[in-house]
Design a binder for this molecule. Structure first.
Ligand code: GAL
Length: 827
């Protein structure tokens, strides 16, 4: 039997705090894992000594190895207009995610009071056994669920055995889902009288600059019909007491205990001012005994969707500058990691992104908490399919019995988080066109409204021919357009809501640092090397280049903004190389690649979205041996209206961004967007390549030179560079990770953009090598081997702290180059 866990008190978590009456323990270490079936492993006495020791979050499949045959799918993707089945190689990342996995651990629990296990997410079809008895089943791998395990505990403080059986079916996903206990497991102990998991709800019925009215509803289990006294103190972000309130009420029939507060001059939450409050509620019985202390984090902000005028946050009109993301963290897989999420969010923030759609499933609580504190609005979405299948073994198998339970958990979990501004009920569900589509959608929207009357509901819709006429789109609070940017007008004019949302946009494809000639706008373009051009003119037949979506946001007040597909590249769905195109196995859609390295497109979005910083970005690189004398267009992404380009000192002319139309144009055809990129990019299409220097000089509206950028032809590869890509303080918790960017450069520090040699890593001191990747969707190098081929001269290496604080050294070496070294420390 394992030793007991050393109980880690989790400290202040999203909604709960440790206190004398309540404790929350993250069950992270001392787990044993077995890949495959293990008959009888639920039994307390089962001997799992030989199993692999793991800590969670854990993703059993991310270690690969990659294979074309890992859950190959032979399907027709009807959403993409396919009518005949074909081999979809790499659709789920070429990783061995399917099969059974078992986890076992032991824990100590006090048998007085109540003990609850809360799983943030278990992939998938989780069966939970406590001391050999089945305590829970939860099929959907993305959702959080909890179970009261008090009846299953051993008496007198004896050790308890927790066993979890998970199973991922083949053909159950359209992308890499991850596998295992990939999110945290929490052991919560309370008194018999207690606030249950997600047991509070905060409403803000009045929000204005002078005051906000706050209503706190507390469910108290075990206290039904008893007079209870609740003393709540509200703290601001600086830990200052804002208000206190004490009431005595007797609640019955499952009604919550309600307290009202008036907060003068509230600090309103927004992406720019992510200020929150904390309500700490102490619950006493009539005899004065403290029964529970429960902390509810919340924010105060108002949301309005106004016909013809759009979206208003705290009374200010704005457009969503959002991205869709899948949940995987590239080389870290699906295993949630807070510091990796912070790194992602900081990159998005700098791009000017202010919103995230958790496509197409429930997020990890860590992500929601970080969106609250770093300032991102969220659209949380539960499903990619309802009752009609997209994947043979997808969620449709569970929909009838589980959809309501899944939505209830999602909404209750996140309805107090200020970042969450919209619920989505699904993505491109085939049900949208079935005769009962309206009724299914109505039911799901009603569940959201019942559980949370404060937020509107949307749905990512793609079948506009049927939803415009079958009542589906007219019923959804907010019609969500997936692509079809040229059909927004039709929806605005033909639907009752008075606004439309770009729930999923762009699906432009590119590979970092790869440029294709001649430079042409194309849909579904495939190149022999299975890369897509970074001139950002290649999209899918159903999608468009980013410029269309910018124009819709800029020109039409009734558009609510957009969520770009996608912020980050993800494992699986390597469109346009998805059919018999192995080794392509990760996406090309990301604005940022799988190695968390920005592609050129990052700067295009930044130049439009980030109004605080200036952007002046030049592409392509200027090292083209063999292209001498050939046309090599140069694009500049900048927030400045005008620039002049020089090649080796020779002017290539001034260019100015095309003006916006004087009045809002009606756009109903793809042709209406012809040349729209001239409004958002400066493009010198006739530049002839000669080695040397590209220089771009930017001008402001007064014609003053305001910025300059130079790109030089690289000489011979000379040395490696190793630069920390994030700057978060590292905690010695065996979890925090640091990202380092590796570059091969010439003797003057110019990137050698065609160098793809192998680099080896070594970490010494108080950290360990965690993972590496280069962002090449066709590269099969294992993420967990301390070596990686460069891609376009770069890659990323991720280092993880240990439990011991102190310094560490990371070294990178490659044949023929001077090595690089970086040092860091954890606290
Ligand atoms: C959408 C879908 C996404 C992704 C994307 C690729 O239709 O909602 O999940 O598949 O297409 O363009």
């Amino acid at each position: 039997m394992n030793p007991f866990h050393s109980l880690l008190i989790a400290g202040l978590l999203c909604t709960t705090a440790a206190s004398a009456q309540r404790s929350e323990t993250l069950l992270k270490t001392h787990w044993q894992f077995h890949r495959g079936e293990a008959l009888g492993a639920e039994a307390a006495e089962y001997n799992s000594k030989a199993w692999q020791a793991v800590s969670i979050p854990h993703d059993w499949a991310i270690t690969g190895p990659f294979s074309r045959n890992n859950y190959l799918q032979r399907v027709a993707v009807t959403q993409n207009g396919e009518t005949e089945a074909s081999e979809k190689t790499g659709r789920t990342g070429g990783l061995p995610y399917a099969g059974v996995g078992w986890y076992r651990t032991t824990f100590a629990a006090d048998t007085a009071g109540r003990t609850t296990l809360l799983f943030d997410g278990a992939m998938s079809e989780a069966q939970v056994f406590v001391n050999g008895r089945k305590a829970a089943f939860w099929p959907y791998g993305y959702n959080s669920f909890f179970v009261d395990i008090t009846p299953y505990l051993n008496p007198n403080g004896q050790a308890n055995v927790l066993a979890v059986r998970l199973e991922n079916r083949p053909q159950s996903a359209r992308w890499y889902p991850g596998a295992g206990l990939y999110r945290n497991v929490r052991l919560i102990h309370t008194n018999r009288i207690h606030v249950p998991v997600w047991g509070t709800q905060v409403l803000t019925p009045h929000v204005a600059a002078d005051y906000a009215s706050v209503e706190l509803r507390l469910s108290v289990e075990g206290g039904e019909g008893m007079p209870l006294r609740i003393a709540t103190t509200i703290f601001d972000d600086n830990n200052h007491i804002v208000l206190t309130r004490e009431n005595t009420q007797t609640t019955m029939h499952g009604q919550p205990f309600v307290q009202h507060f008036t907060i003068e001059h509230p600090r309103l939450w927004s992406p720019e001012t992510p200020q929150q409050y904390r309500a700490v509620s102490r619950i006493y019985t009539a005899d004065g005994q403290l029964q529970d202390t429960y902390t509810t984090r919340f924010g105060i902000r108002s949301l309005e969707f106004v016909p013809d005028k759009g979206f208003f946050l705290n009374g200010q009109q704005r457009k969503f500058q959002g991205v869709c993301n899948h949940h995987d963290l590239g080389p870290l897989g699906a295993a949630v990691n807070r510091s990796a999420l912070i790194h992602q969010l900081r990159l998005l923030k700098d791009m000017g992104c202010d919103a995230i759609r958790t496509s197409h499933n429930m997020p990890a609580p860590e992500l929601v908490e970080l969106c609250d504190s770093l300032g991102f609005m969220m659209m949380i979405e539960p499903f990619d399919e309802w009752d009609v299948a997209k994947c043979e073994n997808g969620y449709h198998r569970f929909f009838a019995d589980w959809a309501e339970k899944d939505i209830v958990n999602m909404v209750r979990h996140y309805r107090n988080n200020p970042s969450v501004v919209l619920w989505s009920i699904g993505n491109e569900v085939p049900t949208q066109c079935s005769p009962n589509g309206y009724a299914v959608a109505r039911r799901l929207q009603d569940i959201c409204h019942r559980e949370d009357p404060t937020r509107k509901v949307t749905c990512g819709i793609d079948q506009w021919d049927c939803v415009l006429t079958n009542g589906f789109a007219a019923m959804i609070d907010i019609p969500g357009y997936n692509y079809r940017a040229h059909r927004y007008q039709e929806g605005y004019e033909g639907l009752p809501q008075g606004y439309v949302l770009g729930s999923e946009t762009a699906s432009t494809v590119s590979s970092r640092g790869v440029y294709k000639f001649p430079v042409v706008k194309a849909d579904g373009k495939m190149h022999p090397d299975k890369q897509s051009s970074s001139y950002d003119l290649e999209a899918c037949w159903w999608s468009n280049i980013p410029d269309w979506d910018f124009a819709n946001a800029d020109d039409q007040p009734w558009t609510l903004g957009q969520f770009v597909w996608t912020g980050f590249d993800y494992l699986g769905e390597p469109t346009p190389y998805d059919t018999n195109a192995w080794p392509a196995h990760s996406s090309y859609f990301g604005i940022i690649d799988l190695a968390s390295l920005p592609k050129d497109r990052y700067y295009l979005y930044r130049s439009v979205w980030n109004k605080q910083a200036s952007t002046l970005h030049v592409l392509p690189h200027w090292t083209w041996p063999g292209r001498e004398g050939q046309t090599t267009p140069v694009f500049v992404y900048t927030n400045y209206p005008e620039a002049e380009l020089f090649v080796n000192g020779k002017s290539q002319g001034h260019l100015r961004k095309a003006d916006a139309p004087k009045s809002a144009p009606r756009r109903t055809l793809p042709e209406d967007y012809k040349d729209v990129e001239k409004r958002y990019r400066l493009m010198w299409n006739d530049v002839v390549y000669e080695p040397g220097e590209l220089r771009v000089v930017a001008y402001n509206d007064r014609g003053e030179q305001v910025a300059e950028k130079v790109v030089r032809t690289a000489g011979k590869p000379h040395h490696l560079e190793l630069v920390r890509a994030d700057n978060e303080a590292l905690r010695a918790n065996a979890e925090d990770v640091a990202y380092y960017t590796v570059r091969v450069v010439d003797k003057d520090g110019n990137l050698c953009p065609a160098d793809n040699r192998l680099v080896r890593f070594k970490v010494s001191g108080n950290a360990r090598f965690k993972a590496t990747t280069n962002g090449d969707p066709t590269c099969l190098d294992a993420f967990q081997e301390p070596q990686m081929h460069l891609f376009s001269g770069m890659c990323t290496v991720i280092v993880q702290t240990t439990n011991k604080a102190g310094a560490f050294t990371l070294e990178a070496a490659a044949a023929g180059l001077q090595p690089a070294r970086a040092t860091g420390k954890s606290q």
